[in-house]
Structure formats: structure tokens, C-alpha cells
Design a protein around this ligand. Sequence first.
Ligand SMILES: [Zn+2]
Length: 450
Amino acid sequence: MKKLLLLAAILPAAAFAQTPDRAAELRDAALGDDVAWTIVEGLTTEVGPRMAATEAEARARDWAVTKLKALGFANVRIEPYSMQGWVRGEEKAEIVSPFPQKMVVTALGASASTGAKGITGEIVGFASVDALKAASPETVKGKIVFVWHRMAPTQNGSGYGMFGPVRWNAASIAAQKGAAAIVIRSVGTDHHRNPHAGMTTFTPGVKPIPAGALSIPDAENLERMLARGKPVTMHLTLTPQLTGAQQSGNVVAEVPGRDPTLPIILIGGHLDSWDLGTGAIDDAAGIAITTAAAKRILDAGQPLRTIRVVWFGAEEVGGFGGKAYQQAHASEAHALVGESDFGAGRVWQVTMNTGPDGQAVKTRIGAMLAPLGVVTSKEEAHAVTDVDPVADTGTGVLGMNQDGTRYFDLHHTPDDTLDKIDREELRQNVAAWTAALAVAAESREKLRVK
Ligand SMILES: [Zn+2]
């Protein structure tokens, strides 16, 4: 008894954050969190859309530095890197014949320009990327390719992996076969008359063509037109521009640990967004959730391990921030990485990869999350884009899987705005991350996989 009291007198209070009771207290207090809301509300109101490698993204970095300093984080800084910029121009789609009417379209990232006058071409339709792949170039040459799909909502968002290639790959395949342009059914699950933006990728050596995404109601209308068996002609105007070498950057902040020799914990989200909405769920929410959780650990006293929070730049257009971070910090030991980038829906599942020593930590985290309704998965955790390059070096990975049932209704659309975020669900996310950090940042076990 006496010995214990003595110990309590000489150890800083923070040393007790490792007790299950303390982690549970921090978790429960986080259910009243307002920090995450102030971040997502502030960023979407005071900055708004934050396209990578633009002046808006630079303003967002400045906003981030001010905010992170005000929250009391240490070593707040911008780590810049250079990349090629691309900006949206005019975007119009119109059926010329046989049923003249306008359609709602947006240019996909990396799309070429049609020129200001636009182009007119006959539509050739495909029900899948595989159908387009199988088509002979003669059927496609000089035409406007249209690819549709049947993506439906799922809790884990797995429809994106299945149907994402319609956006990611179809434009390059169409270009290789000599198509004049491509329009796709937006990769999404809503029925609003909103197009979903996002990157497409042209294989090196393939000359980019104009590439757009139609809103889902317009894509369904176009399918019905094609089903009538007559040639369908579209006039398409997309005038995006390449802006050459531009600056982007990551914003870094830290909660310094008591033992700087221990490998650090890296968490965060991405600061850039698409430009049609204000990037509330993608991904102001993710940076807000992870930052608010780190702030709670910061305020509870110094953790054992350093927690680094990164607001990554230029994720949407190719994960440039994550790659730049890994290059800049290759010599530093990272124990565990995790990113929040799947909206603001409640966390329903936790996945975690660690080496054998970390299994006990995984079990402790699972137990700490159970009262929040979170189940522990036996499946492997997959690192999200920005932390993936660091995870590839053999770190442990923490995956807080959010309910994504409605995520692809909003993803990359004009509807990605603050009002779509449920404050209680946002708080549940903060509580889940706080609990996991409270356990992981106090662990001495080796968390790396290799
Ligand atoms: Zn995102």
C-alpha cells in the first residue's frame, strides 16, 4: 500500500492513462466532444472546397496551422511538395438527337479538354468495363463511349472496389480504342441529379481524352434512349486545364510522447477535397475525428508514445501527400498507422494488424471499443491511401471501419456539405479513436508487423 502511494507520488499523472479505467474515462468523455465539429464546421465554412495544388488548398493549409496551434499541438508545420495541377472548366452535356435534352455532367480528374466549342459524337454504350474491353476498336473509334454499372449501397463500401474501375480505368481503355470521349454513369449510389467527380487514370503512353461523369438519373435516361435502338448523338463540352507544377503540402502536428525512442503512432485524414461540394464528409470529417481524438490524449497528459497527426494534401488526385510524407520520414520509426477517410458515419468495426507482440494491444482496444457498439474483426486491416506508403514499410495498421451505407450517395458530389454530418455519430467516431489511441499510445509492445 505504502509502496503504491509512493509510486503514485513520483510518477506523473499521465502514466496512469494506461489503466483500462482511464482509457474508458477518456472514451466516455469523448462522447461529448465538440472539437471535431469545430474543425469540420470551420474548414467547410471558412475555406470550403480544397482542390489539390490550388490556392484554396494553400489557404486550407494556413487554416490548419492556425487551428492546430490553437489546439495546443506541438511542432505544427507545413511540409510542402510540388505536383502537377489540374482544374475544372466549363462542363455541359446535351443529347442532340433523337431526343434533344440537357444532361448533368462533370469532368473527371485528368480529363482532356474538348475545346470551348465542344464535340459532337454518336454514343456507344457498354454495361461494364469488361464489355468495353471486349469491344473491337472499330465499334468505338471516333465515338463517345458511355459505360454504366449497378453499384448499390453496402455497409463496408465494397461496391466501390467492384464498380470503381468504371471511373478509374474505362477512360484509358476507351482512349486506347480511339474513342473521341467518354461519359460514365457516376460511381455513386444516390438518385440525385448530381454528378460524382473523381480521378480517372490514363495509362502512360495513352493520350487522354475528354472524360465526364453523368448524374445517375441522366445515365439511366441515356440507357433508356440507347435501348430504343436508334443512334444517339451527344454534344459534350469539358474544358479542364493542366496548370503545370504547383505547390501542395502536408500539415503535421504532434503530441510528443514521454519516450521519444519508441516508434510513433501516425494518424490523420486528408485536407484536400473535390471542388463540387465543401469536402465535409470527404475528408474534413476524417481530419476532425483523428485530430479531436489526439487532442483528448494531449489534454489528458503526456502519452508514452508520440502521436503524430497529419492533414495530408492531394489525396484525391493520386495520394501525393501520403507518398511525400513517406519519403520525408523514411528514416523515422513508425509503430502504428491509421487514417479516417470514409465519412462521418458511426464506427461499427475495428480491424488491426500487428505482429505477435501486439495481439494483446489489439484485444485491449477491442474491449475498449465494445461499449461503443464496435465489433472486432478477424480480417486484415487495410491501410487507407495516405498512410499506405508508411504501412508498406511494415507498421501495424489500425482500421476504424465506419458505416458507409450512405457514403456513396454524397461522395465527390455537390451534396458533400456540413449538413450531412450527424453530430452524435461524429462524436462516436472521436470516442472510438480516443479509446484506441489511449491504449496504443500507452503500450510498450512491438506493434509493427515486421
Ligand atoms: Zn477521401
